[in-house]
Design a protein around this ligand. Structure first.
Ligand code: FES
Length: 150
């Protein structure tokens, strides 16, 4: 395993063991539930806005290591971003886990989110990695129906 892949795996394990921004966000402007029916894993995403900037993002849920780490890293990445920047990040993340990107480009545009680069080789894992992101979009759009990966 290359040093970069090993570092990526360590980061995912760390965010799974010690998820950042875990818990309810009391003054949320939007929240939504996401569900992966293939495994039963669930996530709830909360966001609070200040104008068009994401002031805070938090999550709760029970999921696999990839989905938990993805939600944790996503909430970290979203804080302080404008809604347009968040859209760009989501698009970049989708590209990373589906079609792939050059490793250096991914680090430059996605920062720590680049740790999910290896996921694209495993289609089931792509759903784990994107569950939180689809749920974030629903929270932003105030959708009340549960988002599913299917
Ligand atoms: Fe359920 Fe990953 S196995 S979201």
């Amino acid at each position: 395993m290359s040093e970069l892949n090993e570092l990526y795996q360590q980061t995912i394990l760390d965010h799974n063991r010690n998820p950042r921004n875990y818990g309810v966000l009391e003054d949320a402007d939007g929240e939504a539930d996401g569900h992966n029916p293939l495994c039963g894993d669930k996530v709830r995403i909360y966001i609070a806005l200040e104008g068009d900037t994401i002031r805070s993002a938090r999550f709760e849920g029970v999921g696999c290591a990839i989905s938990t780490a993805s939600a944790s890293l996503m909430t970290e990445a979203l804080e302080g971003k404008t809604l347009d920047e968040a859209e760009e990040l989501f698009a970049g993340f989708q590209e990373l886990v589906t079609t792939g990107q050059d490793a250096m480009d991914a680090i430059e545009s996605l920062g720590k989110l680049a740790v999910f680069a290896g996921v694209r080789a495993y289609p089931m894992r792509v759903k784990c990695a994107t569950l939180a992101w689809h749920t974030f979009k629903a929270a932003l759009n105030q959708e009340t129906a549960t988002v599913t990966t299917e």
